[in-house]
Design a protein around this ligand. Structure first.
Ligand SMILES: Nc1ncnc2c1ncn2[C@@H]1O[C@H](COP(=O)(O)OP(=O)(O)O)[C@@H](O)[C@H]1O
Ligand SMILES: [Mg+2]
Length: 334
């Protein structure tokens, strides 16, 4: 007997030839009905004139015959949504980035850029193709951490992001300003627009995972990132002091309101381990990270030590040489 689940799973193997993602993932399959050997469903196109409709229909029939039942009679109703999805253009531009992870914090100076850099380095070491989009213009931390001083190049495909030694692609507003020490005096909506342009105009090519270093807080730019990028998950970074107050919960709640999954919670500068005797000192008192993670049902939590070596490597443009095994549990769920 044929089931709707079998049909859905078979159609999960059919990709939109332009977007390279499955029709089910793109929400293009609706109303699957099965009656004996008769199978019908709607294929929802963005426009009735879609040049790929014949190919997609043929691929659907082939997938059902191959994976479910050779004798199934397949009827496909081609429909289209009256309004084109306004996010389609951005999705299209981002089709080559498979997984987008936002790194957020309630306030600045908690080590968000350090954690973003480290997540990227650890993911790259796992063999993933990695990119960083630095959306925080308050300081040129990311280009500096990877020793990238040059601006971006442009050819007919778009802006080409500079690459780190290990091959991490980096795009940052800070790479486009002439003097990184000069403040960028742009208002929120202008910055938000520039960040959006990094999606549409930067030629990312094949990237398995992109980390977005988000400005701290819950203002214009974070909101734009959540609303207009295909964000797959969020990692929240906090200092021990923030975990006592409510600041970090604002970041978590923003992700929840935007219906994005918080993949991990990182308490940075959590403790100090004496290099001479090995004793661990909880400089800021007892950690509250586990309570908060439990309250919001967040998976892996990490506590990173205060390590002068981290700061020195960030300053020297050598973050790719740093070892930070404590962060591995978060990288493993990305
Ligand atoms: N765990 C740590 N131990 C020591 N120094 C750190 C640690 N995490 C970050 N730093 C340093 O603290 C400063 C602020 O970190 P940064 O990542 O720029 O914060 P944010 O992006 O949240 O503003 C930087 O100089 C950075 O190198
Ligand atoms: Mg930063």
């Amino acid at each position: 007997m044929i089931t709707t689940t079998q049909i859905e799973m078979a159609l999960g193997h059919v990709n939109d030839p332009d977007l390279g993602r499955s029709l089910t993932e793109l929400g293009m399959i609706e109303n699957i009905k099965v009656d004996g050997k008769k199978v019908s469903f709607d294929l929802v196109l963005t426009t009735p004139a879609c040049p790929m409709k014949k190919r997609m229909s043929d691929d659907c029939v082939a997938a059902i015959h191959e994976l479910v039942d050779r004798e199934a009679e397949v009827e496909i109703n081609l429909t289209s949504r009256p309004q084109p999805d306004p996010k389609e253009e951005l999705r299209e531009a981002f089709k080559q980035v498979h997984n987008t992870i936002v790194v957020a914090s309630g306030k600045g100076g908690v080590g968000k850029s350090f954690v973003t850099s480290m997540l990227a380095v650890l993911a790259e070491r796992k063999g993933r193709r990695v990119a960083i989009l630095d959306a925080d213009i308050t300081g040129p931390s990311i280009p500096k951490a990877f020793n990238l001083a040059c601006g971006a190049y442009q050819d007919e495909r778009g802006i080409l992001p500079p690459c780190s030694n290990m091959g991490i692609k980096v795009m940052s507003l800070n790479l486009l300003v002439k003097d990184p020490a000069e403040p960028v005096v742009w208002r929120g909506p202008v910055i938000a627009g520039a960040v959006k342009q990094f999606w549409t105009d930067v030629c990312w090519e094949d990237v398995d995972v992109m980390f977005v270093d988000m400005p701290p807080g819950t203002g214009d730019v974070p909101l734009t990132v959540f609303q207009s990028l295909p964000v797959d998950g969020v990692v929240v970074v906090a200092s021990p002091q923030e975990l006592v107050g409510l600041i970090v919960e604002k970041s978590i709640k923003m992700a929840e309101m935007m219906k994005k999954k918080v993949l991990g919670l990182v308490e940075n500068m959590s403790y100090f381990q004496c290099p001479d005797c090995g004793t661990r000192h909880d400089v800021f008192g007892k950690s509250h990270i586990d309570e908060i993670a439990a309250r919001h049902g967040i998976g892996p939590v990490c506590r990173l030590p205060i390590d002068p070596g981290f700061a020195a490597a960030m300053d020297a443009g050598a973050v790719e040489t740093v070892d930070c095994p404590d962060l591995q549990p978060v990288v493993d769920v990305i």
